[in-house]
Design a protein around this ligand. Structure first.
Ligand code: COA
Length: 256
């Protein structure tokens, strides 16, 4: 097992650090599994009052590991896909979730933020959801949560064109609580986590339950997951993954 996810509990704050900076913290099956285990276990652990997610290096995360997507597309992936467990654990989590985001937050790097109760962005954060550019569809219930949060037009443009938005725009659109200088990111997120950790946990959990319907979100994830799995097997997706591996733009016209 690698240590691409570091897990630490300090004074009730469970910090999950994506620690694969040489690959921009791109998420592997194993990393999803570790994250899911930690978030699931936190549900029944009275010693966890807040969960914080952050990334090492210059990026929060470049999203799903594209070589693993390519392996799934080629029918070469083995075992359970842990991403499903991870996004469900986010949907069902009743403990307060905080994200501290610097640099790129691509794909699930952005859609997981829709499940975080507080999001702190560094000034250099860039959020993007290039699912369509990869010939895929939105996941993690983002097809429901994103338009609810920012409106259909903005959400459709984010999904369909896949271009990043800045921290300033993300804040204006209600995708984040704060934007801070990069060197302040950790301190700001920790200060918020400490404030939450002092609040009555039962009341926080009950408030979160009133504000979001975890089972409805999981149903949306299942609907997305079926289409996502079919899209992964498409010729368009194979072209997108091959283009990334070959560092060239994809040519979807040739597979139409
Ligand atoms: N999966 C696998 N590897 C990834 C990755 C991903 N999602 N994102 C980055 N990497 C790897 C690169 O292949 C590269 O590896 P190498 O050094 O062995 O060649 C390394 O991480 C650094 O990435 P690089 O592309 O050189 O950095 P950059 O600063 O020029 O660009 C990104 C950063 C995030 C903009 C760019 O890597 C990117 O677009 N990644 C793909 C994002 C994506 O589509 N994710 C899926 C969303 S559903």
């Amino acid at each position: 097992m690698t240590d691409h996810v570091q897990i630490e509990n300090s004074s009730g704050i469970l910090t999950l650090t994506l620690a694969r900076p040489e690959k921009k913290n791109a998420l592997t099956n194993e990393m999803y599994g570790r994250l899911a285990d930690a978030i699931e276990a936190a549900e029944s652990d009275a010693g966890v009052r807040v969960i914080m997610i952050k990334g090492q290096g210059d990026s929060f995360t470049a999203g799903n590991d594209l070589s693993e997507f390519a392996a799934v597309a080629a029918g070469k992936a083995q075992g359970e896909r842990q991403v499903t467990r991870f996004i469900r654990s986010l949907g069902r989590s009743t403990k307060p979730l905080i994200a501290a985001v610097q640099g790129r937050a691509v794909g699930v790097g952005t859609t997981m933020l829709l499940h975080c109760d507080l999001v702190v962005l560094a000034e250099n954060a860039l959020l993007s959801t290039p699912f369509v550019s990869l010939a895929l569809v939105p996941e993690a219930a983002s097809s429901l949560l994103m338009p609810l949060r920012i409106g259909h037009s903005r959400a459709f443009e984010l999904f369909a064109l896949g271009e990043p938005i800045s921290a300033k725009v993300a804040l204006e659109w209600g995708l984040a609580n704060r934007v801070v200088a990069q060197e302040q990111l950790d301190a700001e997120a920790i200060a918020l986590a400490q404030r939450l950790a002092k609040q009555p946990l039962g009341s926080l959990v009950a408030t979160k339950r009133l504000m979001r319907n975890g089972e409805m979100l999981v149903k949306q994830m299942e609907a997305e997951g079926e289409i996502f799995a079919a899209r992964l097997q498409s010729a368009e997706a194979r072209e997108a993954f091959q283009a990334f591996a070959e560092r060239r733009p994809p040519d979807f016209a040739k597979v139409a």
